[in-house]
Write a protein that binds this ligand. Sequence first.
Ligand SMILES: Nc1ncnc2c1ncn2[C@@H]1O[C@H](COP(=O)(O)OP(=O)(O)OP(=O)(O)O)[C@@H](O)[C@H]1O
Ligand SMILES: [Mg+2]
Length: 241
Amino acid sequence: MNSKKPIQLLRISKWFDEKGEKLRVLEDVSFTVHPGEFVCIVGSSGGGKSTLLRILAGIIEPSEGRIINMPTELGFVFQNFALFPWLTVHENIAFGLTMADLDKKQIETRVREEVKRIGLQGFERSHPKELSGGMKQRVGIARALAIQPQVLLLDEPLSALDEITAKNLRTDILFIWQQTHKSIVMVTHLVEEAVQLADTIVVMSSRPGRVHKIIKNTLPRPRNTRTKEFFKLVDEIEEQL
Ligand SMILES: Nc1ncnc2c1ncn2[C@@H]1O[C@H](COP(=O)(O)OP(=O)(O)OP(=O)(O)O)[C@@H](O)[C@H]1O
Ligand SMILES: [Mg+2]
């Protein structure tokens, strides 16, 4: 369903009512996510990136504009993990599946697959509070993938983690993308992260959030993050922010 069609954001604007004032958060945001594409959204803090991702996910409505071909099966990964503290790792990952039309055995198989994929073996019976930040986000990613979404939306998934943990998980996200061919839209404030991961980088300006520039990243994969070309692209984008 829709998996072969590009997702199109058409002139999305969003404003909130703040004590009778119109707080303009997004203005005229348009871009396309092609099937299997890795898109990163970069921009400064408070620029409306999370709001945009929530609109894409259908969690909130845009004030103006529309989205075409957004699949209903989507996975969402949060910056602060947003796990259910009273559930085990297994139950957290299975959460979205309990609402799907699957029997117990199918749910078990799915959870086992995702636990293996993301390296959580042995932690199935743990609760989130017993896990490190990196492991918590692994659960967040496994939960999002368990429903087998066509598109994965990630809102600064690595920014609450130390750099070594983030680096490992970044490599894993890339591997999962290459393995599953899902479309990914990921928000980040790290330009280097966007240049390492994305096919397309949407550079946003702030207050209200607008698309400043859309950059096609043609650096060959696997990407070497130490080359002159890599740093050149990072510098070019940082100049825009
Ligand atoms: N439900 C809401 N009601 C009122 N204002 C809101 C609401 N949600 C977001 N905002 C405002 O919209 C603006 C953009 O917020 P948003 O969280 O989308 O930015 P962001 O780019 O994700 O920032 P950060 O990089 O810090 O995560 C902020 O000024 C925020 O206060
Ligand atoms: Mg945000």
